[in-house]
Design a protein around this ligand. Structure first.
Ligand SMILES: [Zn+2]
Length: 242
């Protein structure tokens, strides 16, 4: 997301951005806990989990380098409605919320990026709500593996079936059955806690349409962002030429 900012806006943020390493399983915020930092993922990604009945939860959103963890702060709320758990370890930049509030109020470009991201995240969360209600475990599992693979930029990643069951909000046996089905169709391999996608196109076909719907919306937004960069660059060139 920070890449989407004009250089001068990005430079202004640098003194208040702190690089951090985030480890798999690390909890950034508990649900209803106070937010102290916002996080801009570089190569890590974070799951938003929401619970019911005190002991059951599932993933409602997944945020990677396209977004920011701690969005409620931009909306004037300093409490996280979700549990935010690092699902793919890596690096991020974080900012104290007092610094973020000041920079957010002063930078039109940062506002624009965050409004766009808010829109995208709302679409993802809404689609996930419908997906959790209407689609089968194996379709949802295929979608989840594809979303993770896209963010990790690899066809192979480590994940336990227990963790996957937690993300999908199903029993572990449901994950085992779904994984066996996808393995029999030679779409993926699962060995010693590692998933490998064997047939990407086949896995997209096995996933529900939610994967493509959300992906297309993100890709269109990314395209617009690229276009606005080109515009900025051409404005800059025109200024130099003039
Ligand atoms: Zn779905």
């Amino acid at each position: 997301m920070l890449d989407g900012l004009p250089r001068k806006d990005y430079r202004k943020l640098l003194p208040v951005l702190e690089p951090v390493e985030l480890a798999f399983g690390q909890v950034l915020y508990e649900s209803q806990a106070r937010i102290r930092h916002v996080y801009f993922p570089n190569d890590c990604f974070v799951s938003m989990l929401t619970g019911v009945d005190g002991d059951r939860s599932c993933e409602v959103g997944l945020i990677g380098s396209e977004g920011m963890i701690g969005l409620p702060v931009a909306l004037g709320i300093a409490v996280s409605p979700f549990r935010a758990v690092v699902q793919g370890g890596g690096t991020a930049m974080r900012m104290k919320i007092a610094d973020f509030r000041r920079e957010f109020s002063e930078s039109a470009a940062l506002k624009r990026e965050l409004f766009l991201f808010t829109h995208l995240l709302m679409i993802q969360i809404a689609q996930t709500a419908a997906c959790n209600r209407f689609h089968q475990v194996s379709q949802r599992m295929a979608r989840w593996i594809l979303m993770t693979s896209d963010r990790i930029k690899s066809n192979e990643f480590r994940i336990t079936q227990q963790f996957l069951a937690l993300m999908l909000g199903v029993r572990r046996v449901g994950v085992s059955v779904a994984a066996s089905g996808l393995r029999e169709r030679k779409l993926l391999a699962y060995r010693r806690g590692s998933f490998t996608i064997l047939d990407h196109r086949g896995l997209v076909a096995a996933a529900c349409g939610c994967y493509k719907i959300v992906n297309d919306v993100y890709a269109r937004a990314q395209g617009r962002r690229d276009l606005s960069h080109q515009n900025r660059r051409s404005h800059a060139r025109n200024r130099t030429d003039g």
